[in-house]
Write a protein that binds this ligand. Sequence first.
Ligand SMILES: *Cc1c(COP(=O)(O)O)cnc(C)c1O
Ligand code: SF4
Length: 337
Amino acid sequence: MKFSDREADLIRSQLKPPFRITRHWAQLLSDDPDDPLRRQVVPSEEEAIIHPFEVPDPLGEEKNSPVPRLIHRYRDRALIITTGVCALYCRYCFRRRLTGHDYGEIESEEIERIVHWLREHPELKELLLSGGDPLSMSEEKIILLVSKIREVRPNLVMRLATRIPIVDPARVKGRLVKQLAEEAPLWVIIQVNHVRELAPEAVRAIRKFQQCGLPVLSQTVLLKGINDDVECLVNLFQSLVTFGVKPYYLFQGDLAEGTGHFRLPLNDARILVDQLRLRLSGLAMPNFALDLPDGGGKVPLTRDYVLGFSSQGWLLQTPDGQQGYYKDVENATVDAN
Ligand SMILES: *Cc1c(COP(=O)(O)O)cnc(C)c1O
Ligand code: SF4
């Protein structure tokens, strides 16, 4: 791949996260500056633009962290930042405060502290293994983490959030996948933003998880100039379903510093999502959501299809505009004759 002089200067400068790409990704992208895969990883000068409402920690994760690396924002779910390292750094990364810095990988004592916390919080039902990219760690470290958690919590649902199957599919080794499958229930959630990311190698990596019985879901970040187009997203979500992957979330961009050029105005995003729903099946349609700044939590941005309530019942509207009434038994007046 070729860089312009300006790009080369940026790559050499002190970027956070630094420029990093995999061989696989480099082979997928083109030299067109507007190429959607290129724009996800090649730095631009716009990253220096920081809006007053953008912050280093847009999800307020630091203040919801009872134990180092553990983010606990909901009663029954929590998340671990397993590492700050990724195989490739996305320029829009919302955890750019730590990705590619010296945050490093989770250490044995940190695993012990988290395991101890999990033992004391039996109300927790799901644990997200996030990062950075957990699969950027060594096979030994990944299995150590997952098996230690499993030891204390036999039924805890683990969710492994990773981009490795897409950006560096050769790292998804059969042996690792088999060991992970032994620690089920475990769901794999890949991040994929454009249909061209579903290269044959990536699809084979996904299939390895599926063949071992691990369900694979996906999440997508809505990115201006990259995938903010109905056809583009319809293609992506329909393809994912073809490969047995359930699109789970479509995220509106978080208010992370220097990522404004990737964010779509929320109103445009909502119009786009309404159009998606007309084209996609319930299976192919992800949940559109955003994270409230400062640790407020995820907000599902579903449109309200309930128009009102009257003596005739609930007035409802389908996504394509059909209207009708739905009566609850309690509210129906029964005609005795
Ligand atoms: C996103 C997230 C979750 C999981 O939310 P779901 O809506 O269940 O997918 C849990 N904890 C934290 C801190 C999160 O950011
Ligand atoms: S893979 Fe995730 S954590 Fe890593 S740079 Fe991309 S968005 Fe950030």
